[in-house]
Design a protein around this ligand. Structure first.
Ligand code: NOJ
Length: 544
């Protein structure tokens, strides 16, 4: 069995003697933020679906893991056409997740444990069941209420063609035709995602006012920040011009598009920053912004805009030393001019879990994590990665719920496989996720990957995360700063200094002999004897 070099942590953050972030100014700059996907974290009422009561009951686990903050994916009232990213009421909790009392209790308990709470805000689109959209439909063409969304007449002799050539991210045209109140064919409306997710028109003042009010509602509830869904999409190019080609999906993220990353988004974030600062307490905005370059992402993080953005360039990097070094340098270089902290992420609810994405080896996944947690800035951990969960690749079609699966005829529908409820115990219905079943079936092998099975096993992935996060807390110089000092290293190996630490990463499939041993090995992602021979797919942290 793998033995790590340092003794495993006891499992409680306070055991390290370092308090949680508390009121530390700039807490987010080096924070480790844990993403909870509410459907799949813990089920408090036994209906097979995760909920706020379940999350609340497991907060001590998260505090013990040693993370600083929890980001909750949407829990608002929603018909669940896109797992809650289709919001029908931004100020209400969906009954499947609980109610506002549960949210209040969750936020209070988290704060008592020293954990910050970040909620997901979905401002690019609402649900088609949102009262505003329903009223706009009912009132018909010409109603000022239609100006809150993008309604347009169709092209062609009878308006039978969509107003432009944009495609939905989930596949098919980005437009759906409505029926008029009298049953005749009507206007079309824009939806960059599913037809059940109509895009707001951010040129409309009522939309801007509404979201400022929604921000205040949740800030009054005590949340510490917002993860802003599709932050790059709110403003569309004037006149909604055609793309002019049929290759949109391949271009996403590589090029300026008429519906993404328009300069007009920035004044929205400047106005939100003022609200966040009015509330005090270092509350933050985190952009989910897919932009053509790290430099464009940095624009969202100017001192009067948002605080963090997900680093998707890093998430997309392959397991290759030269490529990783390049993306690390580019990420740090691009944030320096705006003074923002860089972020790092390997997994989330939209992508194949990193263990599987990087080739399927638990060793490599752990090595990638130890590299991420040695970098300056803030790191995001997606629920279950601390257990070494792989992507579930064999879900039967009939249990899948991801709208992109259906739109793409199953070709690209990969998102359910990272959303399977996590295992807490080795036995019992749904492996301790709840007392009933689980909305997506869990593989039998997950019994051995449960929190219960791994706790106390010094060779487990969970204990490695606990130990690593404890060391990171005890040594704030690990997450601090905005640069890494690269050291000479053999091919396929990264070596860099971070404060009093050195980190070496062997991305090769074979062991590598280091020319000099950088100090005393403190933590290793895998089986390692402390000599100069670094095993394949292994990261080691050293102290001088
Ligand atoms: C990004 C979210 O992470 C994803 O899950 C969702 O489908 C889209 N935005 C649309 O809201």
């Amino acid at each position: 069995m793998t033995q790590y070099l340092a003794a495993p942590a006891t499992g409680t953050a306070t055991a390290t003697g370092t308090p949680a972030t508390g009121d530390r100014p700039g807490w987010w700059r080096d924070a480790v933020i844990y993403q909870v996907y509410p459907r799949s974290f813990a089920d408090g009422n036994g209906d097979g679906m995760g909920d706020l009561a379940g999350i609340r009951s497991r907060l001590p686990y998260l505090a013990g893991l040693g993370v600083d903050a929890v980001w909750l994916s949407p829990f608002y009232a929603s018909p669940q056409a896109d797992a809650g990213y289709d919001v029908a009421d931004y100020r209400a909790i969906d009954p499947m997740f609980g109610d506002l009392h549960d949210a209040d209790a969750l936020i209070r308990d988290a704060h008592d444990l020293g954990l910050r709470i970040i909620v997901d805000l979905v401002p690019n689109h609402s649900s088609d069941q949102h009262e505003w959209f329903q009223r706009a439909l009912r009132e018909g063409p010409g109603s000022p209420l239609r100006d809150r969304y993008h309604f347009r007449p169709g092209k062609g002799e009878h308006g039978e063609e969509p107003p432009n050539d944009w495609e939905s991210i989930f596949g098919g045209p980005a437009w759906t035709r409505t029926k008029n109140p009298d049953g005749s064919h009507g206007e079309w409306y824009l939806h960059l995602f599913a037809p059940e997710q109509p895009d707001f028109n951010w040129n409309n003042q009522a939309v801007r006012d509404e979201f400022r009010s929604v921000l205040r509602f949740w800030l009054d509830m005590g949340v510490d920040g917002f993860r802003i869904d599709v932050a790059h999409g709110l403003v569309k190019a004037d006149g909604l011009p055609d793309m002019g080609h049929g290759e949109q999906l391949k271009l996403l993220g590589n090029q300026v598009l008429p519906f993404f990353d328009q300069d007009g988004v920035h004044e929205i974030y400047r106005s939100w920053r003022k609200i966040l600062e009015e509330y005090g307490g270092d509350r933050i905005g985190v952009a989910e912004a897919w932009t053509p370059s790290a430099e464009r992402t940095a624009l969202y993080l100017r001192p009067d805009e948002l605080h963090q953005a997900f680093n998707f360039h890093y998430l997309n990097a392959e397991w290759d030393a030269a490529g990783l070094r390049q993306v690390i340098d580019e990420s740090l270089d691009s944030m320096r001019p705006v003074g923002a902290a860089t972020t790092w992420v390997l997994s989330n609810h939209d992508v194949v879990r990193h263990l599987t994405r990087l080739g399927g080896s638990a060793d490599r996944a752990r090595a990638a994590t130890l590299l991420m947690l040695a970098l300056p800035g803030s790191a995001y951990v997606y629920q279950g990665e601390e257990l070494g969960l792989p992507e579930v690749l064999d879900l039967p079609d009939e249990v899948r719920q991801d709208p992109s699966f259906f739109k793409n005829n199953g070709q690209d529908g990969m998102r359910d496989g990272c959303r399977v409820p996590i295992p807490w115990t080795a036995e019992g219905p749904s492996y301790g996720f709840g007392t009933g079943g689980s909305w997506l079936p869990q593989p039998e092998q997950w019994a051995g990957l449960s929190i219960e099975s791994q706790t106390g096993d010094p060779g487990s992935t969970l204990e490695l995360y606990r130990r690593t996060l404890a060391v990171r807390r005890d040594h704030p110089d690990l997450g601090a700063g905005d640069a890494v000092e690269w050291l000479d290293a053999p091919e396929g190996v990264l070596a860099f200094r971070r404060g009093a630490f050195t980190c070496t990463v062997n991305t090769n499939a074979e062991p590598v002999e280091l020319a000099t041993v950088p100090g005393q090995a403190l933590l290793s992602s895998g089986d390692y004897d402390g000599s100069g021979a670094l095993p394949a797919d292994t990261t080691v942290w050293w102290t001088a």
